[in-house]
Design a protein around this ligand. Structure first.
Ligand SMILES: C[S+](C)CC[C@H](N)C(=O)O
Ligand SMILES: N[C@@H](CCS)C(=O)O
Ligand SMILES: [Zn+2]
Length: 347
């Protein structure tokens, strides 16, 4: 559909219309890599699989497509040139790994689409809606905190020495490479503070980046992102950028999402994307999630129609969500989705 080559807002509008008014985002990529046996206790976390087990990444993307995802997010969340160089890769090899993350996702989409035509996969509520499942590939860009590999994407506290310029210098080349990778859009994910959003906006402008992007923040409650910066101020930074086709929240407990959507919709007319985590807590030292008694996949999915009613039009899951979660989200949304190509939205 040449998503990335058109007027960004119109491209997103058309995509959402083809998806029936609401699109399904995939679930936790790293979570599912681990569920399939990958050991992510590594500074590169899921990006390690780009060289250790690329076939597994492709399989996980396919599993999410089969569950009904309209958007799959590449394995580049913690893939940085600086991180790969620290592992002994050259700059050229590091950039090739970034490309590869998108290539793998595009391959999964191609396999899914051609295999579907040949018969073996059934996805979505029924065959007719499955056939029309529009699919985008989003290139993930995780925060500077993700690169630090100490869980600081959940604090947004980088210390005083990390300035706007530091962050721009850190992210610049990766943004340039992923913008040329063949992805349909860039997903700036798990953004923990306002300064990093500002750095991304300036990089998009200064580097004349043409492909669309979404900005998705990590929140600690219904008002503030994890650093303590106001969600509304963060959204305002993203809202001012023409390339930004959706704004929202990810890797945040489900219980805050409805309040966040209601606030965000007052601050922007752009589509709202939400893909919460399970509500568990990440132990960065052990690189493990700590179980919480108050959350289950059932709880998560029970929120979905409320999020749609509140104004979200891209809904999925982040860490500790699985293809099962995504299938349940697709089913929950099938009640509010209109027939593909119809004009009404789901909220
Ligand atoms: C979204 S968090 C669970 C990613 C992993 C983290 N940056 C780490 O390396 O520990
Ligand atoms: N896209 C990443 C986000 C981590 S917060 C993943 O699902 O692993
Ligand atoms: Zn997450």
């Amino acid at each position: 559909m040449d998503f990335g080559l058109r007027d960004p807002a119109a491209a997103m509008r058309d995509f959402l219309q083809q998806a029936g008014g609401c699109a399904v985002v995939d679930g936790g990529l790293a979570t599912e890599l681990e569920a399939n046996g990958a050991d992510l206790n590594d500074p590169l976390w899921s990006a390690k699989c780009l060289f250790s087990s690329p076939d597994l990444i492709r399989k996980v993307h396919l599993d999410y497509l089969m569950a009904g995802a309209n958007i799959i997010i590449s394995a580049s969340y913690q893939a940085t040139i600086q991180g790969f160089e620290a592992r002994g890769f050259s700059q050229k090899e590091s950039e090739a790994l970034l490309f590869k993350s998108v290539e793998i996702a595009c391959e999964a989409r191609g396999i899914f689409q051609s295999s579907y035509r040949n018969g073996p996969y059934t996805v979505g509520a029924d065959e007719a809606s499955s056939r029309k499942q529009p699919i985008l590939v989003a290139a993930s860009i995780g925060s500077y905190g993700a690169f630090l590999a100490d869980g600081s994407e959940y604090s947004g506290d980088y210390g005083k020495e990390v300035t706007l310029q530091t962050l721009k210098d850190f992210h610049r080349r990766r943004v340039q490479v992923l913008a040329e990778s063949g992805a349909d859009l860039i997903a700036f994910e798990t953004i923990p503070n306002k300064i990093e959003a500002q750095a991304y906006v300036e990089l998009l402008k200064e580097n004349n980046i043409r492909i669309p992007a979404w900005f998705s923040f990590c929140s600690k409650d219904e008002n503030d992102v994890v650093s303590g910066d106001s969600v509304l101020e963060c959204i305002a930074v993203a809202n001012a950028c023409k390339n930004v086709v959706a704004v929202g929240i990810n890797c945040t407990p489900p219980r805050y999402i409805q309040g966040l959507i209601l606030s965000i919709r007052k601050a922007t007319d752009k589509p709202i994307v939400v893909y919460p985590n399970s509500g568990e807590r990440y132990d960065a030292d052990r690189k493990e999630w700590v179980a919480s008694t108050s959350n289950s996949e059932e709880d998560f999915v029970s929120y979905v129609s409320k999020w749609s009613e509140a104004g979200a039009s891209l809904i999925g899951g982040c860490c500790r969500t699985t293809p099962k979660t995504i299938r349940a989200i697709a089913e929950a949304l099938s009640n509010v989705r209109s027939a593909p190509q119809a004009t009404s939205a789901c909220n």
